[in-house]
Each structure stands twice: as C-alpha cells, then as structure tokens.
Design a protein around this ligand. Structure first.
Ligand SMILES: Nc1ncnc2c1ncn2[C@@H]1O[C@H](COP(=O)(O)OP(=O)(O)OP(=O)(O)O)[C@@H](O)[C@H]1O
Ligand SMILES: [Mg+2]
Length: 235
C-alpha cells in the first residue's frame, strides 16, 4: 500500500457463506469466506466462471444477504440494518460499477453521476458539484454535459466509475469494469482506481486479466466458492 492515510476497515467478511437456488439447483456460491479490506487497498478478485466472484461483490455490497456469517461495511454489520437503512448505506458508502455500466441514456454524464446522491436527498446543486468533482477526478470533467451515446466506450466507463465513487462513497465494487475496453483504456481505468485507493478509498475489482490484477495490493483467487489463495503484491 502506498497510502499515507490511516487505514480503517471498510469491508469485513467473516465466515461468509451463500447458498443460492433451490432443490437440485442449489449451489454453494460462497463457502466460509474470510476477507478484510482496509482503506487504501485495491483487491483484485479472480477465478473461473462460476467460482463466486459476482456473488462476493453482491454480498459485500449488501445486494444479497448471506446464508451464514457476517458482512460488515465501515464497522456496521449489514444484517442488522433495516431494508431502508441498508439501501441508504449502499448509496452513501458503496459504489458499484456493473459490467454493463447501467448508465441512464436520457441523463447527461453529470446527471448520471449526481443521480444516486439526489435519490439520497442531497440538494440538486450540491449533488451536481459532487458529480463535477468525481468527473474531473476521472479526467472527463469537460464531458459533463454529454449524453452516454455521445461518448466513447472508455469515456462511458469513466462516467460509471465516477458514479461509483461520487460523494462519500469509499468502497468501490467493480465487476469486470474493464471488460469492454481496449488494453490502453483498461490500464488507465485501473490506474484511476489505484489512485482513488491511494486517496483513501478501497476497491474490490473482478478481473480475468493478470496484467490488470498487477495493479492490486492483493489478488484473491476464488475456486468453487472458496478462497483458493490470496497473493500479496510484492512491493
Ligand atoms: N440466482 C442464482 N441462483 C442459483 N445459482 C446461482 C445464481 N446466481 C449464481 N448462481 C451460481 O452460483 C455460483 C457462483 O456464481 P457467480 O455469478 O458468483 O460466479 P462468477 O465467478 O461471477 O462467474 P462469471 O465469471 O461467469 O461471472 C455459480 O455456480 C452460479 O451458477
Ligand atoms: Mg460474475
């Protein structure tokens, strides 16, 4: 880690297990996963298709409740929260970057980024200012007024990442955020996530690409729902 910030635990999974499906379709998507991610850390998540990578992000973000074990975000166990408190916590602390981006086509870049803050009751002007900060951080501040279909794939990806880190969000969960990008743009996106982590955020990034995983402090490899190995980056 290169950050000089105090390192606080942003995500803790303890004996986290998740069973999905019913009857013959029952799958142990996660089995006894233990993982702590502190501010400043970029953790890459790898593993074969079906090994549990998306499941790991879903439980970390409170989108899927665990079958057993605990998931704690910024010191607060997610299981103890009422549905609306959980939703608020997700919007305030946790940023998601979905593989298909999920940008709203009728909103500009700035409006897309400001939207989750506005949902949370932040005043429009304040949300817009936070969106501009996030877009500038992603080096696309000049594209704030563009609509998604007026941007390149790499620029859209940056908008999705800006939305993932806008405001107070400190835990970034990204499921193959560079999937659709060319090599150079993918490297740049990882570089940006790296610098966000160096500034005190933490990120869990699913990637299949070893050259992108090289940006991480740790690489977590999943296999059949279990942590198969955790490799620390050599510094
Ligand atoms: N809604 C569901 N119901 C039943 N089983 C599911 C469901 N979602 C995922 N699974 C199963 O859980 C396991 C883990 O799935 P998960 O999506 O986490 O894998 P993944 O590592 O993200 O795979 P990929 O690389 O293909 O995205 C798989 O065996 C999958 O078939
Ligand atoms: Mg997946």
């Amino acid at each position: 880690m290169t950050s000089s910030h105090a390192h606080v635990s942003l995500l803790e999974l303890q004996n986290a297990s998740l069973t999905l499906g019913e009857g013959v379709a029952r799958v142990d998507a996660l089995i006894d996963v233990n993982l702590t991610v502190t501010s400043g850390e970029l953790v890459a998540v790898t593993g074969r298709s079906g090994s549990g990578k998306s499941s790991l992000l879903n439980v970390a973000g409170g989108l899927t409740p665990l079958s057993s074990g605990t998931a704690t975000v910024e010191g607060e166990p997610l299981a103890g929260l009422k549905a609306r408190d959980l939703a608020a916590r997700r919007r305030r602390s946790i940023g998601y970057v979905f593989q298909d981006l999920n940008l709203l086509p009728t909103l500009t870049a700035a409006e897309n980024v400001a939207f989750p803050l506005e949902l949370d009751g932040v005043k429009v002007a304040e949300a817009r200012a936070a969106a501009d900060v996030a877009l500038t951080r992603l080096e696309i501040g000049d594209l704030a007024g563009r609509f998604p279909d007026e941007m390149s794939g790499g620029q859209r990806q940056r908008v999705a990442i800006a939305r993932g880190v806008v405001g107070e969000r400190r835990l970034l969960l990204a499921d193959e955020p560079t999937g659709a990008l060319d090599e150079v743009t993918a490297e740049n996106v990882m570089k940006l996530i790296r610098s966000l982590c160096d500034d005190g955020a933490a990120a869990l990034v699913v990637t299949h690409d070893p050259s992108l995983a090289a940006w991480a402090d740790r690489v977590v490899r999943l296999r059949d729902g279990r942590i198969d190995s955790i490799t620390e980056a050599s510094t």
